[in-house]
Design a protein around this ligand. Structure first.
Ligand SMILES: *Cc1c(COP(=O)(O)O)cnc(C)c1O
Length: 374
C-alpha cells in the first residue's frame, strides 16, 4: 500500500454527538455525505453518523443516493442537486427526497407522475439554486401541495457567508428566509424547515429551525478554517505513507522534475511514494511538510504524479519503511487539513475531497479494526 487514508469512525460519532449537543431537543441532524463523504467514504461515514443520532443523510447526485441504498442504508435521504429526468427517476427509485425551486423543476415532478417528497428551496442570497422571488416561492409551495402524488415536505435555504463570523449577511439571509417560512408554515403545517450548514450551526442557533445540514464539522474539520479543537471537533482522517527510499545528497545534487531543489550542503533526501495523482497537490512542492517518526520534515522539489521528495537532514537515521504522515498526528506534532489548505490558498473541504481513488480508505475505531464491512 503506497499510502492509506485512515478514517476513525469513532471520531465521526463523537463529532456528530457534539454537534447534536448544540441543538435544541427535537432538532434533527442531517449528515451531508456528498462527494464520497468529503473524501472519507460515504457509506461508512453515513453509518457512523446514523449511529450517533443523525436522522437524515444528504447527497448531491442521484448516483450518490443509489450508492448508499446499495450499501444497505435505509435512512431518510435528501438529494440536494439539480436532476435531469433519468437522474430524477434514479433518485425516486432510491426513495430519496428531492429539491425543487422553480416552475421547471416543479413541473418535472408533476410530469413524472410518481410519489415524491419535495423540499422547496429559497435563494435567500446564495445565488446558486433556489427561488429568489418570495411570492413565486409561495405559489410553488401551493402547486406542490395541490399535486396529489407530490408531498410538500421541507423548506430550505443555504447561507453564503456563514463561515465568516464578521460578515452580517447571514443575518440578512436568515431574516428573508424566516419571513417566507412563517407565511408558508401558516398554510402548510408540519413542514421540515432547514438552512444551517456546519458554520451556521456552530455560529447561530437561530438558523437551526427543524434540522441542520452538517458536512465539514462532522468530519472533524473546522468550517472557519481554524484548529477544529477550538470547537471540540476531532479530525477523523489521517493520511499516511512511508519512506520508500533515502540517500545522501551532496552540494549541487538536485531532486525531481525541473531541478527545483538543489542541495547547498550535504543532506539526506527521502522519497515518499504518493503524488499528485493521489491528491498531494503539486503546489506543495518546496512548501509543505510531512511528519516522519513524529518530526516535521520539509517537502523538497517538484511533486511528481506518484511521489515527492523530503529533506531528512544531514545525520538522518530514519529507516526505509518509516511512517510518513501527510495529514494527522504523530507524536506531539500534527498536520491538519486546515494547515494544508492555508498553504494552498484553499479550504479544508478541498484538501480531503482531493484525496484520490488510488488511496485506500481504511476504517477503524480509535485504532481498533472495525470488524465487518466498512
Ligand atoms: C454541502 C452542503 C451543506 C454542508 O455544508 P458544510 O459547510 O460542509 O456543513 C449543506 N447544505 C447544502 C445545500 C450543501 O450543498
Amino acid at each position: 500500500m503506497r499510502s492509506a487514508a485512515r478514517i476513525n469512525l469513532a471520531a465521526i460519532e463523537r463529532n456528530v454527538t457534539r454537534l447534536r449537543g448544540r441543538l435544541a431537543p427535537g432538532t434533527a441532524f442531517c449528515a451531508v455525505v456528498k462527494a464520497d463523504g468529503y473524501g472519507h467514504g460515504a457509506a461508512p461515514v453515513a453509518r457512523a453518523a446514523l449511529a450517533a443520532g443523525a436522522g437524515w443523510l444528504a447527497v448531491v447526485t442521484a448516483a450518490e443516493a443509489t450508492e448508499l441504498r446499495l450499501a444497505g442504508i435505509d435512512a431518510r435521504l435528501l438529494v440536494l442537486g439539480p436532476l435531469q429526468d433519468a437522474e430524477l427517476q434514479d433518485a425516486l427509485d432510491a426513495g430519496a427526497d428531492v429539491v425543487a425551486w422553480d416552475e421547471l423543476t416543479v413541473n418535472r415532478l408533476v410530469a413524472v407522475g410518481r410519489p415524491a417528497a419535495v423540499h422547496l428551496k429559497l435563494d435567500s442570497g446564495m445565488g446558486r439554486l433556489g427561488q429568489r422571488d418570495p411570492e413565486r416561492f409561495e405559489r410553488l409551495c401551493a402547486s406542490v401541495a395541490e399535486t396529489a402524488h407530490l408531498r410538500l415536505t421541507g423548506l430550505m435555504t443555504h447561507f453564503a457567508t456563514a463561515d465568516d463570523p464578521a460578515d452580517p449577511f447571514l443575518g440578512e439571509q436568515l431574516a428573508r428566509f424566516s419571513a417566507v417560512v412563517e407565511r408558508v408554515r401558516a398554510r402548510h403545517p408540519g413542514l421540515i424547515v432547514h438552512a444551517a450548514n456546519s458554520a451556521a450551526t456552530l455560529r447561530e442557533p437561530a438558523s437551526h429551525f427543524d434540522m441542520v445540514r452538517n458536512g465539514i464539522a462532522l468530519y472533524g474539520m473546522d468550517p472557519f478554517g481554524r484548529d477544529p479543537a477550538e470547537q471540540g471537533l476531532e479530525p477523523a482522517l489521517a493520511w499516511e505513507s512511508w519512506l520508500a527510499s533515502r540517500k545522501p545528497c551532496g552540494p549541487g545534487d538536485s531532486v525531481g522534475y525541473g531541478r527545483r531543489f538543489v542541495a547547498e550542503r550535504p543532506t539526506t533526501i527521502g522519497n515518499v511514494p504518493v503524488g499528485y495523482a493521489d491528491g498531494v497537490r503539486r503546489q506543495l512542492g518546496g512548501r509543505g511538510a510531512v511528519l516522519l517518526d513524529g518530526r516535521r520534515v520539509p517537502m523538497v522539489g517538484t511533486v511528481s504524479m506518484d511521489s515527492f521528495g523530503i529533506d531528512l537532514g544531514a545525520d538522518a537515521g530514519d529507516a526505509v519503511g518509516a511512517a510518513v504522515t501527510l495529514i494527522g498526528r504523530a507524536g506531539d506534532e500534527q498536520i491538519l487539513a486546515e494547515e494544508l489548505a492555508e498553504q494552498l490558498g484553499t479550504i479544508n473541504y478541498e484538501v480531503t475531497c482531493a484525496i484520490g481513488r488510488r488511496v485506500p480508505r481504511v476504517y477503524h475505531r480509535d485504532g481498533q479494526p472495525t470488524g465487518g464491512p466498512a
